[in-house]
Design a protein around this ligand. Sequence first.
Ligand SMILES: NC(=O)c1ccc[n+]([C@@H]2O[C@H](COP(=O)([O-])OP(=O)(O)OC[C@H]3O[C@@H](n4cnc5c(N)ncnc54)[C@H](OP(=O)(O)O)[C@@H]3O)[C@@H](O)[C@H]2O)c1
Length: 404
Amino acid sequence: MPSAIVTGATGILGREIVKQLGKDPQRWTKVHALSRSKKDELPSNAVHDHLDLTSSAEDMAKQLKGVEAEYVFFAAYLQKNTEQENWEVNGAMIENFLSALEITGVVKKLKRVLLVTGAKQYGLHLGEVKVPMVESDPWVEGEPWPPNFYYRQQKSLHKFCEKHSHVSWVVTYPNDVIGFAKGNFMNLATSVALYAVVTKELGQDLAFPGNEVFYKKFDTYTYSVLHAAFCEWAILEEKCANQAFNVHNGEPETWENMWPRVAARFGMKVKADQFTVPEHELSQKNKLTDNPPLGIRAEELGVKGVVKPSEVANRISLVKWSQDEEVKQAWNRLAEREGLQKDAFEKATWAFLDFVLGRSYDIVQSMSKAREYGWTGYYDTWKSLSDVFGELEANNILPKTHRA
Ligand SMILES: NC(=O)c1ccc[n+]([C@@H]2O[C@H](COP(=O)([O-])OP(=O)(O)OC[C@H]3O[C@@H](n4cnc5c(N)ncnc54)[C@H](OP(=O)(O)O)[C@@H]3O)[C@@H](O)[C@H]2O)c1
């Protein structure tokens, strides 16, 4: 019976992998959940071990004393201010970790390493991409694009597996993750929910803070629970050796379809004239790079001369909104009255949500490859969002009284 190591075990994606492996202690005899902090109760087959991935390989090898497994899930992430810093820090984290496994000798026992990255693989943070995105699409690297730490991580992992030919790799590309985590870097569901309940507390209808174009555009979301099930399947499935996969819920979604449900979920109404009222002082517009990734294949795809730089436009910038005195007071009042975790509001990832809701192009990943390899998982995106809202209520981050 195999054992596993999960790095990033407290993160939005990593904690679900630990929980997924915890469901079947017959299959997974031991799960080493690694991170600096310990936030959750762990399943009976899991133990928490402290690991600082910013340490040198030698230091990490000392921290990893007694930690061994056949399977590694690498889901750690440390957000930095620039792509260059992300490349340096997150690249070094996996490289030193893999070297530490060589120092401790765990590499001899290892069978497969699964690396969690994301849909930034396709450069969608830089502007419009070709849709649907497929795993064989060209990497967006070299001039004029900024470094992408996913590429360094993947190249390092490929090299490690070439050196140790008994070890294979799998990489996942989730997108716009819907899940539960405390104090992490990118958290869509918590931020949407906090925006809604504070808007309700202010006595207002729920206005979509992004823009009218993206309201109708398709996006593919990844429920962290479904992603964890995918990871368990892919790490054990022989056919998946040395393959990268898009992982999302199974169907594209729009906010036009979900926003009224968000409002209804919290006993609110959508602001009917949300796109026709004049924009107020909290709006913002930012141009992304001059070179959207779609341009890479403009000639081949027959779109030469029509690819324009993309922008992120928010009718209400949530970064600005969350700093408004009236908004902060409404949250404090709500948190006090309902006994909520007060720091949840400042820990919400407003800049991330501004980016996610403010784009103007479709973000659709193909699931064809995963399905051809045998994956059959599916989860309704609205249901995943609603499930996470329930988890946030259970954890006193959202008021139970605001549920319709
Ligand atoms: N969240 C999303 O919406 C999303 C979407 C697509 C792709 N992704 C990608 O998914 C991957 C995982 O991200 P995530 O969102 O799950 O991250 P996350 O929720 O922010 O969690 C990060 C994890 O990494 C651990 N970590 C950070 N620094 C560490 C260090 N120095 N030593 C040891 N552990 C450390 C954290 O634990 P401690 O702080 O306790 O150490 C935590 O468990 C990243 O590549 C991310 O880009 C995320």
